[in-house]
Design a protein around this ligand. Structure first.
Ligand code: ZN
Length: 269
């Protein structure tokens, strides 16, 4: 058997057992706990580290994370972005790689000036701002806040801040590619381009047009140093998702996309 390369999953969620976590994980035949995740996938896929995108109360995030994980402090609760001291205390922790925003799940554009103190602080700590872009899960979200174009303002106003556009803005790919191309400090993670149970070969046959469009816009950006592998687990099975991304990214860039870019951008050690 060919030896698998090292991998970092730079976008996943540990929901634990709760209504939402169970529903998502059970949809792909998994359980939503970190023990289940590492046991089932990490050894077999050569996954060295995972970055947990935080959810829920800020004060609970980053607690009880196993040795495999870093995390990004997630602001997915209304007004959590007002808790500057709490956010700063996360940024001071070694295992915290930055801040994650969830626009679309609350009604605030990511380029809203009220968020700028968070960006300034994240930049000062040399950490990363990750922002949900593209399709929202469920009907409760608001798509207009999730367009990649809003990140252009942040990238321009904070040229020293590294910003990861999660999900490559999918399906706003054209806009995502423009923002990536223009800004040297913008990156994109390739998590969540598919959700739920799927089988790679069948999906690729059924959705060959979608795959070609994705490939075309990635090729247009023509810098594979900007694309970072992530899964959005438990939204997808990690075995299938890796196969899918292997088909999407030209082989000569696999090392960068599956490993090196995450280490460099997120400053993993
Ligand atoms: Zn996610």
């Amino acid at each position: 058997m060919k030896k698998e390369r090292k991998v970092i999953d730079a976008h996943l969620h540990i929901f634990g057992h709760c209504e939402f976590g169970d529903r998502l994980a059970h949809g792909i035949g998994d359980e939503p706990t970190q023990e289940y995740l590492t046991e089932k996938y990490y050894g077999r896929l050569g996954i060295e580290k995972g970055i947990v995108m935080g959810n829920g109360p800020l004060e609970e995030q980053g607690k009880n994370l196993g040795e495999y994980f870093y995390y990004s402090a997630g602001l997915d609760e209304k007004d959590s972005w007002l808790k500057l001291e709490e956010i700063e205390s996360h940024l001071q922790r070694k295992r915290c790689v930055g801040v994650k925003l969830y626009p679309g799940y609350y009604e605030l554009y990511p380029n809203d000036k009220s968020l700028y103190p968070i960006y300034k602080m994240t930049e000062e700590y040399g950490k990363v701002l990750s922002v949900h872009t593209g399709m929202v899960a469920g009907n409760g979200g608001h798509l207009k806040y999730c367009r990649p174009i809003h990140l252009d303002d942040i990238a321009t106003d904070f040229p020293g801040l590294k910003i990861v556009m999660c999900h490559f803005g999918n399906p706003f790919l054209q806009e995502a590619a423009a923002v990536l191309e223009k800004n040297p400090n913008m990156y994109a993670d390739l998590s969540g381009l598919i959700e739920g149970a799927f089988e790679t070969e069948t999906f690729i046959k059924d959705q060959s047009g979608y795959l070609e469009i994705l490939k075309s816009w990635m090729h247009y950006v023509s810098d594979y140093g900007k694309f970072i592998y992530g899964t959005d687990w438990p939204a997808v099975n990690c075995f299938e998702y890796r196969e899918f991304i292997k088909r999407l990214v030209p082989e000569q860039y696999h090392e960068k996309v599956f490993y090196e870019n995450a280490v460099r951008v997120y400053g993993l050690v």
